[in-house]
Design a binder for this molecule. Sequence first.
Ligand code: AMP
Length: 112
Amino acid sequence: MDCVFCKIIKGEIPSDKVYEDDDFLVIRDINPVAPVHLLVLYKKHVGKIHQLDEEDKKKVSKVFDVIAKVVEKEGILESGYRVVINNGEQAGQEIDHIHFHVIGGRKLGKIA
Ligand code: AMP
C-alpha cells in the first residue's frame, strides 16, 4: 500500500519516534508548526474517522492515554496543547491515514 504512514509504521521510512505501543506510534512531524508537534498514528490503516469500525473505535479511544503520556514526556502537560484531526479534503488532510496532531510549546491562536 502506498501510504507514507504505513511505511513509517513498518519501518520502511525513517521517523523520529517518541512513543510506541500495540496500536499507536507517535512521531515528530517532519514540518513542525510549533516547538512540539507530534503525530499520533493509529497503526492500522484506516483513512478517515467514518471508516473506523467498532473494534477500531475501542482501540482509538485509548489515544487519550497516549496523548497524556507524550505531553508529559514533552513537558507541555501543564502549559497546554492542541489536538487536531484533519479529516477529509476541506479540512486539509494530506495523508489518508488516521492521525492526531499534538501541538504545543508556544501560545497558539484560536482556530475554532
Ligand atoms: P494532515 O494534513 O493532517 O494529513 O497531516 C499530515 C502531516 O504529516 C503534515 O503535518 C506533514 O508535515 C506530516 N508528514 C508528512 N510526511 C511525514 C514524514 N515522513 N514524517 C513525519 N511527518 C510527516
